[in-house]
Ligand binder design. Structure first.
Ligand code: PLP
Length: 475
């Protein structure tokens, strides 16, 4: 498979090159040149197969010609062997025609492990083959950072630098990052918002000299390899619920960067029958407003109970925009430049009709999020985290308006990642799984910096590969 940029001006790359590149050199995102499609029989066969096999079959068409299927299969079994549930992504029935897809049984208790455990192993494989080293630089609103660090720690050819907004991630989230005692792990707390962190990362990638010196690579959800790994749980869950109900399910997805729900869009494009993809946001509802009005208009980021969704500019949305524009990279580039420099843009009715055929949306306030957590605990004895609660609240409302459609709500984090919010809402203290119980006693390693590109670059230059045999480290 070959990969093209959503802005149409970057070189066309192989899977492995797109993996290492992350963001395209024209500022766009890589997408596959064409979309493979599954036959119904193949989709139905997923019901009986191990999760790692479904993942292997889903990913293989995207890497064909670069990785042997037997190697990929081994890699996928290795990727998911550390998950704590035998189904890897278990479905939990909460009510008639209502399931929660639990995506938090990986090492860092959030769905990001699904993609990042795969990505870390892929990087390792490709870098070893090419005898290269990279510096992975990423911004996190909470969960990406720990999942990326866990996936890359102690890997010989990788240095990993994670920027998080100081004071805006939960204690558990921060400690999951800062208590990792590996010399290739570098945490930076930025005095600013998640969008500031993301802008700093983008600016570093846009600086050709710095990018080359540091051999920068991305793990944020702009990396195509992350998306493709996430497509697999839509396949596995969608096939199962279709078999149980005999109907096409809707997926409700708590959304921030639009990565997870975009993976659902890819699953649909590959032939998985999906009634609707419902985008669920918190008070930072730019995407909900967009799907309702056709206007993409940024507002200030406001902290919420679901911090991993406190995002205004959703990077992966550009991939959907590319499809809505009929894969016209020049038009996408123009719109994105306009959005960045001048502000809001509006899509015409034709495009919105296309979008609304597939997507619906809703948002939930913090108060309603708390009520959902409390009510689901009282009624079902099921404890959910605030991100999942946003999904459940939006899903219930959507199902009221669309009765008879089976709903799968993605549960993106374990409740123990957000113990204060969960306790305040339910009176229950979710317990951390045994492997994480010591994070409150371990020492933290983290450096605080202002929202200043020069200082961040300077710090990374000094900290990363100081003894690099390639002489790449600055100073
Ligand atoms: C990252 C994250 C999200 C948002 O996912 P996107 O792919 O950015 O839409 C939602 N919930 C949790 C718990 C997360 O960590």
């Amino acid at each position: 498979m070959r990969y093209v940029s959503t802005r149409g001006k970057a070189p066309v790359l192989s899977f492995e090159d797109a993996l290492l590149a992350g963001l395209a050199s024209d500022g766009g995102l890589y997408v596959p040149e064409s979309c493979p499609r599954f036959e119904n029989a193949e989709l139905e066969s997923f019901i009986k197969r191990a999760y790692a096999d479904v993942a292997c079959d889903t990913i293989y068409p995207f890497v064909e010609g670069e990785i042997e299927k037997t190697d990929l299969r081994k890699l996928m079994f290795d990727t998911y062997k550390g998950f704590r549930h035998e189904d890897v992504a278990p479905l939990r029935k909460l009510a008639d025609d209502f399931w929660v897809l639990e995506l938090f049984h990986g090492p860092t208790l959030a769905f990001k492990d699904f993609a990042l455990q795969f990505l870390g192993r892929m990087f390792d494989r490709v870098l070893a083959e090419r005898k290269q080293k990279v510096t992975i630089v990423g911004a996190t609103s909470g969960d990406t950072g720990s999942a990326a660090i866990e996936a890359c720690r102690d890997r010989e050819n990788i240095e990993i630098v994670i920027l998080h907004p100081k004071g805006r991630v939960s204690d558990v989230q921060r400690r999951q990052m800062t208590t990792v005692d590996s010399s290739n792990v570098h945490n930076i707390a930025i005095e600013g918002s998640f969008d500031d962190c993301q802008d700093l990362v983008k600016a570093m990638f846009a600086d050709a000299a710095f990018r080359k010196d540091m051999n920068l690579s991305a793990i944020n959800s702009i990396n195509w390899a992350r998306i493709v790994a996430q497509v697999a749980y839509y396949m596995a869950a969608g096939a199962k619920v279709a078999a149980i109900t005999g109907k096409k399910p809707a997926f409700v997805v708590p959304t921030g960067n639009f990565g997870n729900v975009y993976a659902g869009y890819v699953a649909g494009s590959m032939g998985l029958p999906i009634e609707k993809l419902v985008v669920a946001t918190n008070r930072n509802d730019i995407l909900d407003r967009f799907f309702k009005t056709g206007i993409m208009k940024q507002a200030a980021v406001e902290p919420s109970l679901s911090p991993s969704m406190d995002i205004q500019v959703s990077s992966n949305f550009e991939r959907l925009l590319f499809e809505l524009y009929g894969r016209d990279g020049a038009a996408v580039g123009k719109t994105m430049r306009h959005f960045r420099e001048k502000g809001p843009f509006t899509l015409d009715e034709g495009m919105m009709k296309k979008a609304r055929a597939i997507f619906a949306s809703g948002h939930l306030s913090d108060d309603d999020t708390k009520s959902v957590i409390g009510r689901i605990w009282r009624e079902k004895e099921y404890l959910c985290d605030p991100h999942t609660a946003v999904g459940i609240g939006v899903a219930e409302e959507w199902q009221r308006q669309n009765p008879g459609v089976p709903v799968i709500c993605l549960s993106t984090a374990h409740p123990a990642k957000f113990p204060e919010a969960v306790f305040a809402a339910s009176g229950m203290r979710p317990e951390l799984p045994p492997h994480m119980k010591d994070i409150f006693t371990k020492p933290e390693r983290c450096h605080t910096l202002p929202n200043d590109l020069g200082q961040v670059k300077g710090y990374i230059g000094k900290s990363v590969f100081p003894l690099s045999p390639l002489g790449r480290g600055v100073g």
